[in-house]
Design a protein around this ligand. Structure first.
Ligand code: C5P
Length: 211
């Protein structure tokens, strides 16, 4: 298809979600939050009372779950067995277990397929950890968003996020399958000294240079 994918990867609290949302709005593309898909599977795993570190049990839950990934014209939406979990996707319990669930290769395989389906329907800005490296390795448009540890700590306090984000980042970076990394061809954008506006402007310049 002639659809275009812009891949935005980076650690938690780097500013990638804000950047992805504004880019999608400005460019008229659909913004897809791939983290919500890993969170949705984790939400179901916890609901079933399954240990997130028991990969076999996680895979069984995955097989029994109906994930409906769509969009409202601007942003991705998700339903788990017909239910939108809403804010529960961002609960402390999900934060604490999502890295274990997302390290299971079968989970990644299923969700990567659903992520690629989006591009068959529309041009997208997709944010995550492995969008430039695994989901859309052939797109020329790849930004790896980063920020200093202190800046990220302040941002997650502002966001009211109380979990050990650095633990999650460490797990996401060290896993065997699709670890968080700067993808081949990606440009690193450090947002530490940027305002939201100047970060968006810098991202637009990067995308122009990549196209
Ligand atoms: O982006 P967000 O912080 O909501 O992602 C939650 C978790 O989902 C990450 O910590 C990571 O474990 C997993 N994830 C992933 N690959 C992606 C997006 C998210 O493994 N593309």
């Amino acid at each position: 298809s002639g659809n275009v994918a812009i891949a935005i990867d980076g650690p938690a609290a780097s500013g990638k979600s804000t950047l992805a949302r504004i880019l999608a709005d400005q460019l008229g593309l659909v913004m897809v939050n791939s983290g919500a898909m890993y969170r949705a599977v984790t939400w179901k795993v916890l609901r079933e009372g399954v240990d997130s570190h028991d990969a076999g049990a996680v895979i069984r839950v995955l097989r029994e779950t109906i994930l409906e990934c769509g969009d409202d014209g601007r942003y991705s939406t998700i339903k788990v067995d017909g239910i939108d979990p809403g804010d529960e996707l961002r609960s402390e319990a999900v934060n604490a277990n999502v890295s274990a669930v997302s390290a299971v290769p079968e989970v990644r395989e299923a969700l990567v397929a659903l992520q690629r389906d989006y591009l068959k329907r529309a041009s997208v800005v997709m944010e995550g950890r492995d969008i430039g490296s695994v989901v859309f390795p052939d797109t020329p448009y790849k930004i790896y968003v980063d920020a200093d540890e202190e800046v990220r700590a302040a941002r997650r306090r502002d966001a009211g996020e109380l979990d050990a984000v650095s633990k999650r980042d460490a797990a996401d970076s060290r896993r065997a399958t699709a670890p968080l990394m700067v993808a081949d061809g990606a440009t690193v954008l450090d947002t530490s000294d940027h305002t939201i506006e100047s970060g968006v402007a810098a991202a637009i310049e990067i995308l122009k240079a990549q196209g």
